[in-house]
Write a protein that binds this ligand. Sequence first.
Ligand SMILES: Cc1cc2nc3c(=O)[nH]c(=O)nc-3n(C[C@H](O)[C@H](O)[C@H](O)COP(=O)(O)O)c2cc1C
Length: 338
Amino acid sequence: MDYSEVLNRARELVNENCKVCKDCNGIVCKGKVPGVGGKGSGSGFIRNREKLNDVKVNLDTIIEEKEIDTSIELFGMKFEYPIFAAPIGAVPLNYSPALDDYEYTEAIIEGCKEAGVIGFTGDGVKDEYYDLPLQVVKEHDGHGVPTIKPWEKEEIIAKIKKAEKSGAPAVAMDIDAAGLVTLALLGKPVGTKSVKELKEIISSTKLPVILKGIMTAEGAKKALEAGAYGIVVSNHGGRVLDHTPATIEVLPDIAQAVKGKMKIFIDGGFRSGLDVFKGLALGADAILIARPYVVSAYGGRAEGVKIYTEKLGNELKQTMIMTGCHNLKDINKNKVFI
Ligand SMILES: Cc1cc2nc3c(=O)[nH]c(=O)nc-3n(C[C@H](O)[C@H](O)[C@H](O)COP(=O)(O)O)c2cc1C
């Protein structure tokens, strides 16, 4: 199987909600929440893509030829690439019932594991949206990062305990889901959290906690104060608030505030290894990718996920060769043109 076959198969299975566009850029699906688009005008998602396209890379091949090392160590594990599958909750509902939650997560967890990276799992209004993916993580020796919604504190802590039992190396919380209308519509509200509440949540576990949905340097500093291991610079793919800036636009300020003090992940419109390179150059330690991973899972299950990850990894390597980088530490803001 190759990547174009993966896309063709996915097109047959998910065409109701997602058209598997050549460039997954939020235009065709804008406003579709539930569905796969960005909220309202859809501009949060669309701008993520546009602004990544505006970043250009600086070519420089006058450098000693050496083996290219794309590996990274995070939460005590070594990964082949700084590329991870982002959490997606309630996939059958938002995409298509052609895969159930268990099958989807299995594809993500196995495919990522085979490619030497890791997948984040999602959460949702029903308990099974968290528990089923977690079961898959447990069955794969804890190879996954469960992501919990900002429910009431007691429920979050109970879900963290379940994550600990699964053997997961870290846990995440999409703190920006405080704005998810879909959950409120279904009668299960989520809410904002103070630094004090976050401290209580984070100190309830020995697992590293990653806060997902940070879009300002102020927010990043608060996450640091709360004791988070890392943050995901994310606007939730434009799904929680309309008219946000693109994640790549706010990354440099955030990196200036907290780089080296905590891990910085980013998502939002990253589609290729070239995009991954741009995120690393502007201050991220690693990149999360969501929608294209879902498409790869529908199109080729674990094999599709592995093929997509290796494609991204090869593109990243090629970009490193062409910009004079031997390892991830060599990638810095001088390597891009903005
Ligand atoms: C259908 C759908 C469901 C999502 N569910 C979750 C979720 O349960 N938890 C979460 O943290 N993020 C969730 N996200 C957000 C993604 O993890 C990611 O932040 C966002 O899609 C941006 O990445 P992308 O442009 O690569 O898709 C969801 C996104 C989509 C499109």
